[in-house]
Design a protein around this ligand. Structure first.
Ligand code: ATP
Length: 453
């Protein structure tokens, strides 16, 4: 492979700066409300960012819902009643310890700073107090207590409160899961590290309901499956690890948690948590709502409350990890190029169609090819600047296949396909393009995955 990973020679701060600047320059991620000076750690996803984020979510959905017979989907509301959060324990427990620096008045998460203010270095801090991270609002025209509503801080509760609905309408029985992808909101005290920790973000969560005596087996099964998903999508094994939570660290609902961590430029950080939530949630909602949330097993004529195994991932955080893992600087023909070696299923564009000159008949041939291929692949069409510059641009956004239409194409009915990672080129017949592109994408995917495991 021609690519040499040079990122580890750069300082890790450099790498972060490069990724943030590439993300902005190429239209992946913009600071939200930038023309007003930005708004409190929120981000907007540009043309390439939205394409990439949609791919991350689609590949998760494909692996978790569409490829399985035992998981169904759900899309629950974001605006929710306090009753849910009272029953789930979030009103009481969804807090972070907060301290104020008495000198510079900055506010920090006590467990993030080790007793020293990162802003001014003072150790004169207030006692820690608990700060609830849910966003509160009012539903309807009157702002009184009976109108209080919350933006969900996780998608999980939507699955628990719909357990009985889904059980009846889907005719599933444990072991089975309900999956959801969507926005969550947390009033984080110290957001930061680009889109790693933001106040508005997207999650991909699944609640897998199992007979209690099968919980340990399914727990192990799911953290292995989820670890493998990141590998299958091109993250190198050396940048991933599993971390088992110590007893004291476990959330109030958990009988066991394993995190999948990624090696971010500042160190290991959580990508996803897999927890054995026991029957905590169903039991709590049953008590609070008065509605039975059990499974009646006809075979044994018995009722039980299922245990829940939950893989909970962040879509926006995962997208950032995919960008970091894919970033390479290597040398092609004596020149340094930046290349995002993204998995073709995650890359925002799969095929770039590049007519060598902005002239007929090349443009007509290229237009026809765009119409043919865009039925099956996400395509970009670029007819300006030199071919070298266009390749560099596509490398930098991670496009796996560049397709060039030249003057010979008109005579011989063939075009050139270029592999992003090896930069090797092959000549193929236009009539075979769909098959040829598909097989080149498959070979780029498998090289990438075998390279990284
Ligand atoms: P952390 O310890 O990083 O705050 P957490 O353990 O509270 O995360 P969970 O409640 O388990 O996170 O949420 C599941 C996933 O949702 C996390 O692994 C992460 O990928 C994502 N996530 C959580 N909070 C944020 C956030 N503020 N910004 C972006 N992603 C987030």
């Amino acid at each position: 492979m021609a690519s040499i990973r040079m990122v580890w020679i750069m300082t890790q701060d450099d790498l972060m700066d490069k990724i943030v600047s590439l993300a902005k320059r190429r239209g992946f991620v913009y600071q939200s409300a930038e023309i007003y000076g930005g708004f409190r750690s929120t981000y907007d996803y540009g043309p390439l960012g939205v394409a990439m984020l949609r791919n991350v979510k689609a590949r998760w959905w494909h692996a978790i819902v569409e490829r399985r017979r035992d998981v169904v989907g759900l899309d629950a509301s974001i605006l929710t009643t306090p009753k849910i959060w009272e029953a789930s324990g979030h009103l009481a427990n969804f807090t972070d310890p907060l301290v104020d620096c008495k000198k510079c008045k900055e506010r920090w998460r006590a467990d993030h700073i080790d007793g020293v203010c990162p802003n001014c270095g003072s150790t004169d801090l207030t006692e820690a107090r608990e700060f609830n991270m849910m966003f509160k609002t009012h539903a309807g025209p009157v702002e009184n207590d009976s109108a209080v509503a919350y933006l969900r801080p996780e998608t999980a509760q939507g699955m628990f409160i719909n357990f009985a609905n889904v059980l009846i309408t889907s005719r599933k029985k444990p072991p089975f899961g309900i999956a959801q992808v969507g926005k969550s909101f947390r009033n984080e005290i110290t957001p930061g590290n680009f889109v790693f920790r933001t106040r508005e973000f997207e999650q991909m969560e699944m609640e897998f309901f199992v007979p209690p005596d099968e919980a340990d087996t399914w727990f192990e099964y799911w953290y292995q499956q989820r670890f493998q998903w990141y590998l299958d999508n091109g993250i190198p094994a050396g940048m991933l690890r599993l971390r088992v939570h110590e007893k004291e660290e476990l959330s109030h609902y958990s009988a066991g948690t394993v995190d999948i961590e990624f090696l971010f430029p500042w160190g290991w950080g959580e990508l996803e948590g897999i927890a054995n939530r026991t029957d905590y949630d169903l039991t709590s909602h049953e008590k609070a709502s008065g509605v039975k949330l059990e499974y009646y097993d006809q075979a044994t004529n018995s009722r039980y409350t299922p245990y829940v195994i939950e893989p909970a991932a962040g879509a926006t955080r995962a997208m950032m990890a995919f960008l970091i893992a894919a970033y390479f600087e290597d040398e092609v023909a004596g020149e340094t190029r930046v290349v995002l070696r993204l998995h073709p299923g995650i890359a925002p564009v799969q095929v770039a169609i590049l007519p060598l000159a902005k002239k007929e008949p090349l443009i007509s041939v290229a237009n026809d090819i765009f119409d043919q291929l865009s039925e099956y692949f996400v395509c970009d069409f670029d007819e300006t600047q030199s071919i070298g510059k266009r390749y560099r641009r596509q490398d930098e956004i991670g496009t796996p296949v560049c397709l060039t239409v030249d003057y010979d194409s008109v005579q011989d009915g063939s075009v050139t396909l270029r592999d992003r990672d090896s930069t090797l080129q092959v000549r193929v017949k236009i009539e075979d393009l769909t098959t040829e592109v598909r097989s080149l994408l498959a070979s780029i995917s498998s090289n990438l995955v075998s390279d990284t495991v």
